[in-house]
Design a protein around this ligand. Structure first.
Ligand code: ZN
Length: 225
């Protein structure tokens, strides 16, 4: 089928529904966007950024890739980050991992996915860095869940270390970097108390969050729902 009629129909209904509640909604949005948040999450179809935090178009700037990885030389991610921080002046960057992440599982078990295996090498670096923590867990399922959590802590560190965020902090721009994990099994986000708001906080807060995370059972965020 060359035309995805059902999706176009769904789109018409969706737009009509929004216009019914707020006739000027799209007209307003067409002039500018001013989101307060940048979401860096996994490309997994079960983790749709706006829906999870119940935000409308215009309220969330989004970058997604397999296993929510922030690589220092990834110009795709860095371009999103720069636009979000320097132009949109978002106040919060949220790195969101998720339990049941196929990318993280593949990285954990060395499952081959061709080209993707090279991308997942970044998650394997996190795995290898925390090998003793992961090896102490009783099952592959626990190890995968913990690696999802550790990967978020690591990627939050990468967000904080790049020049875009460093320069924003240096000029006094208010900017917080958070790390969350979403559970596809219950639709809820877990907050691990990881929130970094300055270069001075970066290392101590990241290290404290990591120590607290490792001391807690797998999947036990500070808030559950
Ligand atoms: Zn995933």
């Amino acid at each position: 089928m060359r035309v995805l009629k059902h999706l176009l129909e769904k789109n018409e209904n969706w737009a009509a529904g929004i216009k019914q509640q707020d006739p000027d909604f799209f007209k307003r949005l067409s002039n500018q966007q001013s989101p307060e948040y940048l979401w860096i999450g996994c490309a997994d179809s079960r983790v749709p950024a706006n829906q999870i935090v119940d935000l409308l178009p215009g309220e969330l700037f989004v970058h997604r890739n397999v296993a929510n990885v922030v690589v220092h030389t990834d110009f795709n991610c860095l371009s999103v980050l720069q636009f979000a921080v320097d132009v949109l002046k978002v106040k919060h960057i949220i790195v969101v991992g998720h339990y049941g992440c196929g990318g993280v599982k593949a990285a954990l078990t060395n499952s081959g996915f061709g080209l993707l295996s090279n991308w997942l090498r970044h998650v394997q670096d996190v795995r290898d860095k925390h090998a003793s923590v992961l090896n102490a867990l009783p099952s592959d399922s626990d190890r995968a869940d913990r690696l999802c959590e550790l990967n978020v802590v690591e990627q939050v560190g990468h967000v904080c270390q790049n020049t875009i965020v460093q320069e924003a902090w240096a000029r006094g721009q208010p900017l917080s970097v958070h790390g969350w994990v979403y559970d596809v099994a219950d639709g809820l986000l877990r907050d691990f108390g990881l929130c970094i708001t300055s270069e001075a906080e970066r290392q101590p807060v990241q290290e404290a969050a990591l120590a607290e995370l490792i001391a807690r059972p797998v999947r036990a965020g500070l808030t559950k729902g």
